[in-house]
Design a protein around this ligand. Structure first.
Ligand code: SF4
Length: 348
């Protein structure tokens, strides 16, 4: 399913106004000029569309440099869209500034990749969790303590009295990430963005952290965007998934449909490279697709994956950008192999 520009439009929700709408989003960074002339743009996000309703979880998967971090920063209100828009809780990011932007950001929780780097080392856990509430005007001390106690119990950091006086360096990596999650939840956000939340943790605690996130999503009717390079962890988490490559979405599906029957050659390569977070060798990652991701300043013509694709069709893939083919209900793929007029589908 594509819009008039041939860009992917993802039909996640079935009714009501979505909590989050990503509309033809472009995030381009201008390159520094040397002398006269225009140096060009890094096209980090290049025409992304999707919607997310309250209570839904979606995973965004792709290797480093695919645009997922720029997409995340824009949703968090840290980037202004170059073109297109992000509409969250009826607030349009493209026209929101000042105090309204601060309020926009306060409604989104953010779980960082590196828990130790995310927590101020000179603050104890009590202060770390209380500070966002003070900044956002929650003046009732009893209410602040109620929220702190409740969220620490939900992330399973107990006994609360023993945890609160501790400093981040006194906790394990898994415990630090629970504090990061607790801080992200303390303002009771409607949306949580989790950026590689388990990639820096020991294999033994990854699944437990993902289960905590899943439980929070269900108990708080929270919308969650889970960003990762590792397909093996998403099965524990979301209902829907999309795969990004070189600033674009190349495949979208229900989680199980994609894991059982992936269509895009790039998704196949990611699946082959993924490891099981429950396995003993979970830290051993196989190489994912041969070759380098393309330049985002001058992306290849046609399909951006064509220089690395084992199913590349000369004169087709390098000429015209593939539209999105609906291969099953709510399963979209941007690949010429799924054009019924091209007889190469058996290759996969
Ligand atoms: Fe490969 Fe062509 Fe499909 Fe791109 S459009 S993924 S190059 S087969």
């Amino acid at each position: 399913m594509s819009n008039d520009n041939g860009e992917m439009s993802l039909p996640i929700h079935s009714n009501g106004q979505p909590l989050l709408q990503i509309k033809d989003l472009h995030v381009w960074y201008e390159l520094k000029r040397f002398g006269f002339g225009h140096a060009g743009y890094v096209r980090a996000v290049d025409g992304v569309n999707f919607n997310l309703e309250q209570g839904e979880a979606i995973a965004c998967v792709g290797e480093s440099g695919c645009g997922k971090s720029s997409l995340m920063k824009t949703i968090l209100g840290l980037n202004i869209p170059t073109k297109g828009d992000v509409v969250f809780d009826d607030t349009s990011l493209s026209v929101t500034r000042g105090n309204d932007l601060r309020e926009y950001r306060s409604k989104i929780g953010y779980v960082q990749q590196d828990p130790f780097g995310a927590l101020p080392p000179f603050m104890n856990i009590q202060t770390i969790l209380e500070e966002p509430m003070i900044i956002n005007g929650i003046s009732d001390k009893d209410e602040r303590q109620r929220r702190i106690r409740k969220i620490l119990e939900e992330v399973k950091l107990t006994p609360v009295e023993e945890v609160l006086p501790k400093y981040p360096h006194m906790l394990s990596g898994g415990q630090q990430q629970r504090v990061v999650i607790a801080r992200a939840m303390i303002m009771e956000p409607k949306l949580l963005v989790a950026d590689e939340p388990v990639s820096m943790l020991d294999a033994s605690v990854r699944v437990e952290i993902l289960r905590i996130l899943r439980k929070l999503q269900e108990s708080h009717n929270l919308a969650v965007i889970y960003i990762t390079h590792d397909l093996s962890t998403v099965r524990y988490f979301s209902e829907f998934i999309f795969v990004m490559y070189a600033g674009e979405i190349v495949e979208f599906a229900r989680m199980q449909d994609l894991l059982d029957d992936a269509k895009h050659p790039y998704t196949h390569a990611l699946l082959e490279a993924s490891s099981d977070p429950n396995a003993d060798n979970a830290l051993v990652q196989r190489e994912i697709p041969k070759g380098e991701p393309p330049s985002l300043v001058n992306p290849p013509p046609g399909c951006r994956f064509h220089p690395r694709c084992p199913h590349f069709m000369e004169g087709i893939c390098d000429v015209k950008e593939p539209p999105n083919f609906e291969v099953a209900p709510r399963h979209l793929v941007a690949c010429w192999l799924y054009d019924e007029n091209i007889a190469h589908k058996d290759a996969l």
